[in-house]
Design a protein around this ligand. Structure first.
Ligand code: HEM
Length: 370
């Protein structure tokens, strides 16, 4: 009797194909049970999806990488300033939008995924996380991605998708049938995935647009609130990634190029705030807002330098999207509290682990230290 026979309780004469079908049936039942368990009661209630389970799943999918962020594991620290032009002050009383205010900013550019030594593939989602230090101990922390919408609507869907998209070690690609099954129950994710796939992939970090994806609320000094999404749009004209670049052997090409560029000159992005209307979904990051919505350019981010992840740079920052100043409030998007809780759990785990150098702690392509 084979192990398969033993697992399925099948009689010894049963063929392998029949056995596989029986096993698939058992798997479906198990998955169904897990689903019931997961959905019972919603995020953070007993027996339901917890931050620890989300972080466990990152570890299950990516393997253990002690000391690193459980997602967006490969990154480089950046720093600079944000200069407000005053146009945001009518929308939000946050001091960061006062006319003429220049705020010191620390940040981190990264690639999505839990692999700290993965090669810089152009199609991997790029991120920019920022921490604005404001007067009177206030802070604004935000983490953004270079995609038009987020692939899932709820924390539960995020949890399922992590496993559904896990690459098969033999092929390096996700299992098609598993993904198909995920999209069948999450048609909103299938639509979002099509929008994400259709985006233009630019040549690097410096010409990428980074979006909040989640909606927030701006609160003005008269109490008026406006639903918003924001994006940091590069001053540099976006260039599509070239074929030569795609063939680049350097596995840190995106990070190293940014570091070299920042040594040469500062890089600028405009903070463009999109004003939502009553009909625009604030609780569903898979849905784009109509393209004709009013936008307001509220100021300029200037990045002036990059440095490897260390204790005194961005390594030990938790870019919790709910650390917000008075004047910026969360929306009803269920991803926000889930993100906040999962980032805290990831942070707590990595803070207690021994650190090894980041893959982008070395030298730039021209040999100079970053
Ligand atoms: C339920 C949904 C999500 C979960 C569970 C999740 C989970 C995580 C975790 C665990 C980390 C590592 C945090 C750390 O150790 O510091 C992370 C990092 C990050 N996530 Fe998410 N994420 C979610 C949705 C999003 C969304 C919607 C965005 C944004 C647009 C986003 C952007 C980022 C960024 C930019 C980082 C890197 C921050 C850094 O550089 O330190 N995530 N995410």
């Amino acid at each position: 009797m084979t192990l398969l026979h033993h697992l399925t309780g099948a009689p010894p004469g049963m063929t392998t194909r029949a056995l596989m079908l029986r096993l698939a049936g058992i798997g479906a039942v198990l998955a169904g049970t897990a689903g019931t368990f997961t959905y019972a009661g919603g995020w953070l209630s007993p027996d339901a999806l917890t931050p620890a389970r989300v972080v466990d799943r990152f570890e299950q999918v990516n393997g253990p990488h002690p000391g690193f962020r459980r997602n967006h594991a490969k990154g480089l620290c950046v720093a600079g300033t944000f200069a407000s032009n005053g146009a945001g002050a009518r929308l939000s009383k946050a001091s960061v939008f006062s006319a003429g205010r220049v705020t010191w900013v620390e940040g981190r550019v990264a690639l999505a995924g839990g692999q700290p030594y993965a090669a810089d593939a152009a199609a991997t989602v790029r991120s920019l996380a920022l921490r604005f230090r404001l007067p009177e101990g206030e802070e604004w922390r935000t983490g953004m991605n270079n995609i038009p919408v987020f692939p899932v609507r709820t924390p539960e869907a995020f949890y399922e998708q992590l496993l559904a998209a896990k690459p098969n070690p033999a092929t390096g690609k996700p299992d098609f049938e598993r993904l198909k099954a995920f999209f069948a129950v999450h048609p909103e994710s299938a639509k979002a995935a099509a929008l994400i796939k259709a985006r233009t992939i630019t040549s690097g970090f410096a010409d990428s647009t980074f979006r909040s994806l989640n909606a927030f609320r701006f609160v003005a000094s008269d109490g008026r609130t406006t639903s918003v999404r924001w994006a940091f749009v590069p001053e540099r004209r976006p260039e599509p990634e070239s074929a030569a670049q795609e063939a680049q052997a350097d596995k840190n090409v995106l990070f190293d190029t940014l570091a070299v560029e920042l040594r040469r000159e500062p890089l600028h992005w405009h903070l463009i705030v999109t004003l939502g209307q009553a009909s625009d979904a604030t609780d569903d990051a898979t849905l784009p807002w109509p393209a004709d919505r009013e936008t307001v350019d509220v100021g300029t981010l200037t990045l002036t330098g990059a440095a490897p992840e260390e204790a005194d740079t961005c390594r030990d920052i938790n870019f919790d999207p709910l650390v917000l100043p008075d004047g910026i409030a969360p929306s009803d998007d269920p991803l926000l509290s889930a993100r906040s809780a999962a980032y805290a759990r990831s942070f707590t785990r990595r803070a207690g682990e021994e650190k090894v150098p980041s893959a982008v702690a070395g030298t730039s392509p021209d040999g100079a230290s970053l």
